[in-house]
Ligand binder design. Structure first.
Ligand SMILES: [Zn+2]
Length: 132
């Protein structure tokens, strides 16, 4: 099998996905359906290991501007700024989220991860065209 191209969608044979975008490092992101809920899901393989058993037809590249992640970045639930994870070795969670500029989150703030809607819509469109 030829190496899949990062950023291209493929027909794949895997445990949960039929169409998925190759995002590199053996990871494929596609739409998983579970209990009537549809969401982006990552499976690994395509090289004889993992849950992606084989990779089929190349369905073309993902349009420019769509990021190749199943979720978008985590944002602060209070101010909406991007956050990053600061490991500090504490327990039970060995670190905490802070704003990307290094400042602490507001009191009571958490983080929210948005679905990658543009990638979801791109894949949903392909599945519709293929009659899946
Ligand atoms: Zn904030």
């Amino acid at each position: 099998m030829t190496e899949p191209i990062v950023g291209h969608a493929y027909e794949i044979h895997s445990r949960n996905l039929e169409v998925a975008v190759y995002v590199g490092h053996r990871a494929f992101v596609g739409i998983r359906e579970k209990f009537d809920h549809h969401y982006l899901f990552t499976e690994f393989g395509g090289d004889g290991t993992g849950t992606v058993r084989s990779v089929g037809r190349d369905l073309g590249p993902v349009p420019e501007g769509i990021v190749l992640y199943d979720h978008l970045e985590a944002r602060c639930s209070v101010c909406g700024r991007l956050t990053s994870w600061l490991p500090d070795g504490s327990t039970p969670t060995p670190g905490r989220s802070i704003h990307e500029d290094g400042t602490e989150l507001e009191d009571g703030a958490g983080t929210v991860c948005g679905d990658n809607r543009p990638l979801f819509d791109f894949l949903a469109n392909i599945e519709k065209e293929l009659g899946l």
